[in-house]
Design a binder for this molecule. Sequence first.
Ligand code: HC1
Length: 575
Amino acid sequence: VIHLTIDRRPVSVEPGTTVLEAARQNGIHIPTLCYLKDINKIGACRMCLVEVEGARGLQTACTTPCTEGMVVHTNSPAVREARKLVLELLLSDHNIECPTCLRAGNCELMQLAQEMGVRTVPLKGAHHQVHRDVESGAIAVDSSKCVLCQRCVAVCREVQGVSAISVTGRGFESRVAPFFGVSLNDAACALCGQCTVVCPTGALTEYDETEAVWRALLDPTKHVVVQTAPAVRVQIGEPFGLPPGAVSTGKMVAGLRRLGFDQVFDTVFSADLTIMEEATELIQRLQKGGPLPLITSCSPGWVKFAEHFFPNMLENLSTCKSPQQMFGALAKTYYAEKAGIDPADMVVVSVMPCTAKKYEANRPEMRDSGYQDVDYVLTTRELARMFRQAGIDLPSLPDEEFDNPLGIGTGAGTIFGTTGGVMEAALRTAAAWLEPGSPSPKIEFQEVRGIPFQVREATVTLDGVTLNVAVANGLGAAGWLMEEVSAGRKNYHFIEIMGCPGGCIGGGGQPIPAKGPDALDEVRLARIASLYTIDERMTIRRSHENPAIQQVYAEYLGKPGSERAHHLLHTHYQA
Ligand code: HC1
């Protein structure tokens, strides 16, 4: 144990602890900007400068290890002056059109400027060149708001294992961009949006489609329907001050009706549909001997990553479209027919915790209804902004129910939103189908739950056959797992991969925690717990028991894997 003094307070820490960690462990606040717990400790921004007695000059707390007898001052006049100067320098080259920025109200740079008492930006001089990139239609890049903290670079490399972006150029030419300065759209970027979650400013954000959705809602010739992803219901309360993971399903539905959507539907319905098709595909592949492992394909960031980096594995990906896309295809066919609406006059909007879903909706093959199946994708953050623009205070709304029939979902479809959930939902139905006489078919598969360090492995016995399964969340883990499988070092029958840490509840379009990205782990766990609670409380917890799903097969699709189901609900991938 090491003993030191921080701000005249005696403190004891384990060897290897940095001054920043020691301060945090003891409730002493040191401001940070580039620092990201366990991911980015590069001391680049100099916001965490502290005074260490006997050391030459000020030290960065995030990179300085504690030593025996050290005496640290975190709040001396020299420290405050240095931090203020650092901020003034950053702001002198920053686009300070703050009221119009998407991050207004939730910008770490602005919070720090307030904290440090910066009242003017006295330094004038040269500026970085400004580059903006919205070509992907999923993520927007604005270098005029970038502080070069490199959190985005670190998360892309260390967590996601993609390394799509880096700092290119020198001096005032420097900016964060893919190699050779190309657009994100032309890079091997998965568009997962994890960079947007850790960006402290408005330099990296979701591509905003709220105006387009407002226009559709105001167009009297359009029938506008909305679907909401499983994870959104446990995220949307957070920007309105509800605790992380607060279940806000009914209030969200009420809010969407007040925005003017004609029908408010649930992606949980089509998650159940995905299970019907995917469990059928799993059983067929098991019976025919492959190709195995079957790998889930509902996470579009993961699909894009696989297309870039593992083209040899594409035949292992389930041909099932994601629930978002199954919903769109059915909305503009089955629902349009039932409701007597011309699909040309229908607008399908999704609310997703994901930036890659915007890209998925725009993929050219996602037009099996004869139209673009999903017209607009809003992230959870965009929906929160629309609620605010409409003066809707979510917590004070009453609870309302989804519309029918595309609004009926089960517990299985709900847990799609967390890592392990798609696997568990598929196993619930596969178990029931393979063991029809079983007196108590298994519902909860605890062995595939939780956020694994890299990959969670389990064996599951169905109808006397032992299946090896694996669950990976985050593209870094996915890449590692695919290397193992490609090399033949690991053998599985079924793999679930979600592109973001924790699954969709940790997606690139999630609300950014008020406490900053270091609170993400805690927030993700709260959201996961809430999804399992919703599942536990539902009377129908298996997808094939969803009456609306039974109805859509009886009235329209025939049976799982039918020709029509294949036409509307399945897809292909491009190496
Ligand atoms: Fe997801 Fe999915 S679970 S991909 O994480 O399969 O985004 O929530 O909507 O499509 O259902 C996201 C979440 C979401 C799809 C479903």
